[in-house]
Design a protein around this ligand. Sequence first.
Ligand SMILES: C[S@@+](CC[C@H](N)C(=O)[O-])C[C@H]1O[C@@H](n2cnc3c(N)ncnc32)[C@H](O)[C@@H]1O
Length: 448
Amino acid sequence: MSKIETIFSANVPRYTSYPTAPHFHAGVNDSVYRRWLAALPQGEPLSLYFHIPFCDTLCWFCACHTSVVNSYGPVRDYCRLLRQEIALGAGAMKARHRVSHIHFGGGSPTMLSAGDIDRLGCVIRAHFDVLPDAEFGVELDPRGLDSARVNAFRAIGVTRASIGVQDCDPRVQKAINRIQTDDETRQAVRLLRQAGIDSLNLDLVYGLPEQTFQSWEQTLAFAVRLAPDRLSVFGYAHVPQFKKHQALISAAALPGLEARFRMAEFARNYLCSQGYVAIGLDHFARPQDKLARAAGRRALHRNFQGYTTDDAPTLLGFGASAIGSLPQGYVQNISAVPAWRAAIQAGRLPTGRGVEVTDTDRMRREAIERLMCDMRVNLDRVAARYGVTRASFSDAWPALRHLEGEGIVVLEGGEVEIDPQWRPAVRAVCAAFDQYLTARPAHHSSAV
Ligand SMILES: C[S@@+](CC[C@H](N)C(=O)[O-])C[C@H]1O[C@@H](n2cnc3c(N)ncnc32)[C@H](O)[C@@H]1O
C-alpha cells in the first residue's frame, strides 16, 4: 500500500459540524428546539439557511438531500409550508432578531418560480431584520436559468451565487447524468452579472468516472476563464449505502485514491498559478475576496455550507433536512418532505433530531475548525479558553505522533501544523480529535 493509500484509506467526516451528523439523535425534538430558540441571546445577529429539496433531473453523483419532480405543484406546496415554518420558528423566539447571513441551498433553489422567490423573501423580512450589508447566497443549477428568476433573487437581496459546474467533459457528464453545455454555464454567469449578482462561486468535482488529468485541466481552465471570485473543488463522495442512485456509478469506474490525491493537488497548483488563494480543504478565492481576507486573518469559519466568513453564533435551518447550529447544540429538521409537512400542518416545529454540545465538544470543535480553516491549531490556546490544558487532548496524541512520523503534520509544543503538501489530509488529522469517530466509520466518504 502506498503512503497516500495508507493515509486516505479510512473514511472520515467532512467536519462541517462536531459532533458530526451521524451522532444526532431524536432526543432533540421540537420542544427542546423551542426551548433553545426562546433562550437565544437578543441583539446578536443570526444566520438563516433554507433548504429546497427539489431538482428537475437526477445527477447520479449527487449526495444532497433532494428529489426529482416533474411538475411545479409539489414545489409550490413546499414553499407555502416553508413560509409557515418561518412564522412558527420566529414565533418561538422571545424577540425579533437581526440577520447577517442568508443561504438558499438544495437541491436546486433555481426550481423556485420568481413569484415563490419573492414571497419567500417577503416572509423572511416580515419576521427578521435583515441587515443592509447581509450576505445572501444561493446555490444555482445553471441549466435553464432565466432572467425572471435571477432578477427575483436579486430583488430579495441575493448578493452571491454558487453555480454547479462539476465537470465540462461530455464523457464525464454522461457517466454522472449531468449534461450541461459550456454555453449554459456562460449564459448563467452572464445573467447573474447583468442582474448585479457579481460575487460568483463555481462548484467543481474531482474523482468522477471517466475523468482524466487532461479533462480535469480543461474543466479548470474553463472555470478560470469565467473569472469567478471563488471556486469550490470537491472530492466526489461516493456513498451508495446512503444515496441509492449513486449505485448507477460503478465503483470500479472511479479514480483510485492516488489519482484523487493528484487531481486535488493538480487543481491547487493550477488555480494558485492563476491567481487564486487556496482556502481550507477545498475552496479557492481571489486574494481580495472576503473569504481570502478572512483566511489571512485566521477568521474563517466552517459550517454546513462549507467555508464562510459568517461568525454568527446561531444558524437557523428551515426546510426538510435543514440543519441549524445554536449555542446549545445542533438541530436537524425531519428529512422526508411528507413528515416535515405533517409536523408544520400540526403547528409543530419539524425538528427530527439533533445533539446538545458539551464544553468538551466545543473545545474539540474549535480545534477541528481551526485545522479545517487554517491548517494549523495551537492546542494550548484552545485549551486555555476552556480553562484546561493541552493535556485534555492527550487521547489525540498517538494519532498525531503517527501523522508526524508520516510527514503529514509538524508538532511543536502545542502547535499542530499540516504540511502544505498534505493539505488534502486535513480531515484525517481532524479525526485525531474526534471522540465519537470509532463508533460509526461507515457513514463517511473517502478522506481525499
Ligand atoms: C447542493 S448542490 C447544489 C447545486 C445545484 N443543485 C446544481 O445542480 O448545480 C451543491 C454542490 O454540491 C456538490 N456535490 C453534490 N454531491 C456531491 C458528491 N457526492 N460529492 C462531492 N460533491 C458533491 C456539487 O459540486 C454541487 O454543485
